[in-house]
Design a protein around this ligand. Structure first.
Ligand SMILES: *Cc1c(COP(=O)(O)O)cnc(C)c1O
Ligand code: SF4
Length: 389
């Protein structure tokens, strides 16, 4: 292998699924031009040998890390590489594989939140009455080592087939109660504009469908993808398009990422964020506060903080749930209400998401309640005399 650092490690044949070969015909670059996104994608690191060459993992670990990649591919996005090389653990832990991924525990499941029992067709999950998930790809711009869908994500055998997409559209058409489609995966924004248009067109045609949501890692993992053409495409659907960006650490908010968030919001596409509470990445008051405040500064509302699902080989990312609950309660009142998302657990077996914050209220008699003040932890009793209703 040559010592060319940038595009050398990018021979993943699956990339042709993402970019329709677009990067093969790219024009020469000018220094001041933004990096075209297929080329930025291609700068991701795909092999553990390349990680070892850069001194990011130990040579002696390579056999185990290769084994870990049999469960979930590797893609360390270009956007994360400078931070990782500068020693930022919040980025390294999310993107670099570890031997701990090979330790499975009895509580861990292949399908941790029970998508399969709620999937009438392979690419569609219908759990809640008015909204469905549609997974037009299982590929991503980075592979998060804690991924809860790691049993399908990045695996060739789960790639979307046209027939499966058609079946998903037919299902949505046959269920007029569905008013919202959530494109997820994988990452729907690794698809080219042309492909995305093919996915959006059948949805656009349905009058009962009001909202299209995109769940994506793109703003921080591949910010170059957020082009003016993409914004125009999303707006052209005529639906209320919401972006829910997956972001876990303030250090993901590079100048390029900041620009990507700005492009969505300025372009009329509201953005919320989802984060996963991850040991070593963001499991402190300070790191969560820095993340949520930085997002609100970018006009991005933190929507959910997820306790990590019980996916195989991810125990090393979990902290005790009780500690997680206290951590989030400790942010209430301390930070602007705009900043603090609810903490949620997604129940195994497809039984849904539950808000699990530490209790700040309890009923002590029929008309009397005790509350914990968010300002100083003081216990306050309040009477609510009987009222009709
Ligand atoms: C999480 C999830 C949703 C979205 O839930 P919201 O609370 O609306 O964000 C929808 N469908 C499925 C299957 C989900 O797991
Ligand atoms: S971007 Fe989402 S789906 Fe893709 S690896 Fe990360 S967590 Fe999993």
């Amino acid at each position: 292998m040559s010592s060319v650092p940038s595009d050398a490690s990018t021979a993943d044949p699956k990339d042709s699924l993402l970019t329709d070969g677009a990067f093969l015909v790219e024009a020469p670059l000018h220094a001041e031009a933004p990096l075209p996104w297929p080329r930025a994608l291609r700068r991701g690191i795909l092999s553990v040998d390349e990680l070892a060459r850069r001194g990011l993992v130990e040579e002696s670990e390579l056999p185990r890390l290769r084994e870990a990649l049999q469960h979930l591919d590797l893609r360390v996005p270009a956007a994360f590489q400078p931070g990782i090389e500068a020693g930022d653990p919040a980025l390294a832990l999310q993107a670099l594989p570890s031997r701990e991924e090979l330790s499975f525990f009895p509580e861990e499941l292949d399908d941790p939140i029970g998508d399969d029992p709620c999937s009438p067709t392979p690419l569609l999950t219908h759990r809640y009455p008015t909204r469905v998930l549609l997974k037009p790809t299982y590929l991503c711009a980075m592979y998060c080592r804690f991924c809860f869908r790691r049993n399908k994500v990045s695996h060739s055998e789960h790639q979307a087939l046209e027939a499966d997409l058609e079946a998903a559209f037919a299902y949505i058409r046959a269920h007029p109660e569905v008013r919202e489609v959530i494109l997820t995966g994988g990452d729907p924004l690794v698809l080219t504009d042309a492909r995305l248009r093919e996915v959006l067109a059948p949805l656009q045609a349905l009058p009962q469908l009001k909202v299209i949501r995109l769940h994506t890692r793109i703003p921080t993992a591949l910010p170059q993808r957020v082009t003016p053409e993409l914004i125009r495409l999303l707006r052209s659907t005529g639906k209320a398009v919401w972006v829910i960006a997956h972001v876990n650490a303030a250090s993901e908010l590079t100048p390029e990422a900041i620009q990507a968030f700005g492009s969505f919001v300025d372009g009329g596409v509201p953005v919320l964020s989802q984060s996963v509470l991850l040991k070593g990445v963001n499991d402190s008051r300070e790191s969560l506060a820095a993340l949520f405040e930085a997002l609100v500064d970018l006009r991005v509302k933190p929507y959910y903080l997820h306790y990590p699902d019980l996916a195989k080989g991810t125990r090393h990312f979990r902290i005790p749930l009780a500690r997680a609950m206290e951590l989030v309660r400790s942010l209430r009142g301390a930070l602007s209400g705009l900043c603090v998302p609810p903490l949620v657990v997604d129940l195994p077996g497809g039984r849904g998401k539950v808000l699990v914050e530490a209790q700040s209220s309890r009923q002590i008699s029929e008309n009397s309640w005790e509350f914990i003040s968010p300002l100083n932890g003081e216990r306050i009793r309040v009477d609510y005399p009987p009222c009709e209703g």
